[in-house]
Design a protein around this ligand. Structure first.
Ligand SMILES: Cc1cc2nc3c(=O)[nH]c(=O)nc-3n(C[C@H](O)[C@H](O)[C@H](O)COP(=O)(O)O)c2cc1C
Length: 339
């Protein structure tokens, strides 16, 4: 991934019209089951959870966004500080650039200091994983990216739509499932397979489960449109317009994917603690958020991100109280079970 491309992605995510146009994540269709008799005190309600042997203040990941160009070091460092303060997991962006050019290492390893407090997720694209598998360097690649950030897990992103829309894209998806199977076997840490905002369907989740994947981040449609970002970077944007809104909405994904693997992560268009609560009620173990956090960092710095994450935690806590759920264990899946 070229460093100027990664920088353009961040600038477009911050300042461009890169949301979905007519598709939503679907959370507005979900009504949480209000209880007029919660039989508990708000003071006794807690949002903490454990994941990958860490305790989180709330079940949330700031999912992978950046790395590989000079200002990414500041962004990743500040995100790590904010996430460690609240107890939220953090992913770094695609680490392909560091495989091509070791000088980019510090733009990722800057998050390492937070690894004692929160789980850090390394990140590789599925196309890169397949290439490393073909070149028989997969084990070395995984060991390298994991050690660079002291990762508790490695996220492998599926992005065929983005690769297809990207001017310099590599839509080479033959052999990807086999390569993911090999990654699951060889990775020194657990593997999360994620999309980047077009969603993972139940069918794809079952294919992933069949090769040993235990954790899926659905990264559904309704938030950041990666087709949109790449279309804005094309010389011929009109030729690709029809693909801007392609994908499964996040709520659709959750309805299809929950139950296929032990840990489902919900991201793609979560915009509040209420959306997070709805995702958990549909059976996700953890939520994920990307662009809103980048925008909070741009506008308010580290304290802007901390305050956004605190607001999400407060809203989630309110929903636990209003549904009569003393802990997340009582709350997760309340809608999934009722279905
Ligand atoms: C600026 C930016 C860069 C991103 N880069 C990556 C990446 O390198 N690897 C990845 O797996 N996902 C990447 N994503 C996708 C996010 O992790 C997330 O799946 C997606 O944006 C949907 O979440 P959102 O609607 O909260 O933004 C990126 C997102 C943004 C906004």
């Amino acid at each position: 991934m070229s460093s100027s491309r990664k920088e353009a992605h961040v600038q477009l995510a911050l300042h461009g019209p890169v949301g979905f146009r007519s598709k939503t994540s679907g959370f507005e269709t979900i009504d949480l089951p209000y209880s007029a008799l919660p039989e508990l005190n708000y003071a006794d309600v807690h949002t903490s959870t454990t994941w990958l042997n860490y305790t989180l203040g709330l079940p949330l990941i700031v999912t992978g966004m950046t790395g590989g160009y000079p200002d990414a070091e500041r962004i990743n460092g500040q995100l790590a500080e904010a996430c460690a303060e609240v107890g939220v997991a953090l992913g770094v962006g695609s680490m392909r650039s560091v495989l091509d050019d070791p000088r980019h290492a510090s733009t990722f390893s800057v998050v390492k200091g937070a690894a004692g407090t929160i789980p850090i997720l390394a990140n590789l694209g599925a196309v890169q994983v397949a290439r490393s598998h073909r070149q028989q360097t997969l084990q070395r690649t995984l060991d390298h990216v994991v050690s660079l950030v002291d990762a508790a897990a490695v996220a492998i992103h599926l992005n065929p739509l983005q690769e297809l829309m990207q001017p310099e894209g590599e839509p080479e998806y033959a052999g990807v499932l086999d390569a993911i199977a090999a990654a699951v076997q060889h990775s020194p840490v657990p593997v999360v397979v994620k999309e980047v905002g077009a969603g993972i369907s139940g069918r794809v989740a079952r294919q992933l489960a069949s090769v040993g994947v235990h954790m899926i981040d659905v990264a559904g449609a309704g938030g950041t449109s990666w087709a949109g970002i790449e279309i804005l970077r094309r010389d011929d944007p009109d030729a690709a317009e029809a693909f801007w809104d392609v994908g499964w909405s996040t709520v659709d994904c959750l309805r299809q994917v929950v139950g296929t693997v032990p840990t489902v992560i919900a991201s793609g268009g979560l915009s509040s603690g209420t959306d997070l609560a709805k995702a958990l009620a549909l059976g996700a173990k953890i939520g994920g958020v990307a662009r809103p956090v980048l925008q909070a960092l741009e506008h308010g710095g580290i304290s802007g991100v901390v305050s956004l994450l605190h607001n999400w935690r407060t809203d989630l806590r309110r929903w636990l109280f209003l549904t009569g759920s003393p802990s997340l264990n009582d709350f997760v899946s309340i809608l999934h079970r009722a279905d």
